[in-house]
Design a binder for this molecule. Structure first.
Ligand code: CO
Length: 131
């Protein structure tokens, strides 16, 4: 396993890129709207992992709610797994509270599923299986 990306909630990707791109020096290699999650994402590789900047595309986006409560910051950590279905089954057996019982399609066509913070010591965890 590895950290696939760190998701950071922002009010606007362009504004956030003034720091993560211009000041820190990371490169934005991919921008995409993920309609299902009502977010626009920008992917900035850093080592074998990436920073994922998230911007809400509507007022009822999960990111809008997060921004209202916290004004931005780390939104989730994404762990890359080889077999997301096997991991979800294992977690269900262990009584882990899942937000997604079955994988759905995320950015770049990856299979993703979120695990509830109540089971992870307060961290929203995203499981990712790359295709
Ligand atoms: Co993510």
């Amino acid at each position: 396993m590895k950290i696939n990306h760190l998701g950071i909630a922002t009010k606007g990707i362009e504004e956030a890129l003034k720091f993560w791109g211009d000041a820190l020096g990371l490169e934005n290699v991919h921008t995409e709207v993920v309609e299902e999650q009502k977010v626009r994402v920008a992917m900035l590789p850093i080592g074998e992992s990436r920073i994922e900047l998230l911007e809400p595309t509507s007022d009822d986006s999960p990111i809008s709610k997060f921004l209202e409560k916290r004004g931005g910051g780390i939104h989730h950590i994404a762990v890359e797994v080889e077999d997301i279905n096997a991991v979800l089954t294992q977690m269900k057996e262990k009584g882990v509270r899942l937000i997604d019982e079955a994988p759905r399609i995320g950015a770049e066509g990856c299979l993703i599923a979120f695990v509830h913070p109540s089971s992870t010591n307060g961290v929203l965890l995203e499981l990712v299986q790359t295709t």
